[in-house]
Ligand binder design. Structure first.
Ligand code: AOF
Ligand code: ZN
Length: 340
């Protein structure tokens, strides 16, 4: 129907408030509309708390009273649940209010609920419309869906490279390749993940903290931090930050270095999205087993001596400015001037 997509877009924006906060449950948003007017909206805050549909229903009830819901339409990014979990089923909640139309985006990958809501609601005379902005709604729950379908979390590989493909600056130039803005963005990426994996080598050499520490992000438990080592946990330096800081209880060591086992351990802890921030060797063991689902690669505007562009290692770094990016087909053209 006309307007369905823009109301769903608003529901997606609601759902985004919960991304990173809801594991092992999905991030879901809902809005309730009547006669072309927004009555209320809501999002799922945390596993065990009310679902988005109930949040939106509560918001409308608080402002206009329960009567206002009669004959309204609810837009929800995920197919409503239909049986009792940690909370009562939303299909029943919807029927109790007299909402007369339900529009949802993604199918619920949870086999307990998939495909059930439609028949319950339609049998009660509610008009149901599915798959509105389905791919954007599915994107919101890609971690949840991956765990439901495979038992393994969604894995994001994050890397920062110079334009000629090196992960470090020449010796003596400091540790950062990318800008403070990119590092702030990494904080946001970490916020949306439930765990961060790094390798024993990075742990030893960089002594990373792998924490969330941006004041501009909402409060949340620190993500799990997992060090994968082919050796023993007791061989890792015990004074390093991840073993001694305030969040040391969120540090795990996975011995043996098997990526599947490590991911399964994290899924068992309720993780649905995992960030891989590691060096080439560990990354390649994930890639080799097709365990990486998504990449975030930051390119810093400099040449640092990668082998293929011809700027020799050992000359320090060559900085670039006035970068312009053009998307050409599936390629990206970068133009930049050499800072002399
Ligand atoms: C959520 N939030 O907004 C929606 C969900 O254990 P429960 O009762 O919280 O049920 C969790 C399931 O409910 C979840 O796996 C998903 O299939 C469905 N929908 N879940 O946490 C929501 N709409
Ligand atoms: Zn529900």
């Amino acid at each position: 129907m006309e307007g369905d997509e823009s109301w769903m877009q608003l529901a997606i924006e609601e759902a985004r408030c919960g991304v990173g906060l809801t594991s092992p449950n999905p991030a879901v948003g809902a809005v309730i509309v009547k006669d072309g007017l927004l009555l209320g909206k809501g999002w799922h805050h945390k596993a065990g708390l009310p679902h988005a549909e109930r949040e939106a229903i509560a918001a409308v009830t608080a402002t206009y009273g329960v009567q206002a819901l009669r004959g309204s339409t609810i837009y929800v990014t995920l197919e409503p649940c239909s049986s009792h979990g940690k909370t009562p089923p939303c299909t029943q909640g919807i029927l109790d209010t007299g909402i007369s139309r339900v529009v949802y985006g993604a199918e619920d990958p949870n086999p307990q609920h998939r495909g059930v809501a439609k028949s319950i609601l339609e049998a009660a005379g509610v008009d149901v419309c599915s798959e509105v902005l389905a791919s954007a709604c599915e994107d919101l729950i890609r971690g949840f869906a991956k765990v439901q379908r495979t038992g393994l979390p969604w894995v994001i590989l994050k890397s920062a490279l110079s334009l000629d493909g090196r992960v470090t600056r020449p010796p003596g130039e400091g540790q950062w390749l990318t800008s403070p803005e990119s590092r702030e963005r990494v904080q946001r990426i970490r916020f949306e993940c439930d765990a961060i994996i790094t390798g024993g080598r990075t742990f030893r050499v960089d002594n990373p903290s792998l924490t969330l520490r941006s004041p501009s992000l909402p409060p949340k438990d620190q993500p799990w931090r997992m060090v994968m080592t082919r050796g023993k946990a007791s061989d890792l330096p015990s004074k390093h930050k991840m073993f001694t800081d305030t969040f040391q209880s969120r540090t795990l060591v996975h011995e043996g270095g098997n990526p599947q086992d490590a991911l399964r351990q994290l899924a068992d802890l309720g993780c649905q999205t995992v960030l891989l921030e590691a060096g080439g060797r560990l990354v390649s063991s994930f890639l080799r087993e097709f365990l990486v689902d998504e990449l975030f690669v930051f390119y810093a505007p400099m040449l640092t001596g990668g082998p293929d562009l011809g700027f020799e290692a050992g000359l320090g770094s060559l900085e670039l400015s006035d970068q312009r990016f053009e998307r050409i087909g599936d390629d990206v053209l970068l133009r930049a001037k050499v800072v002399s």
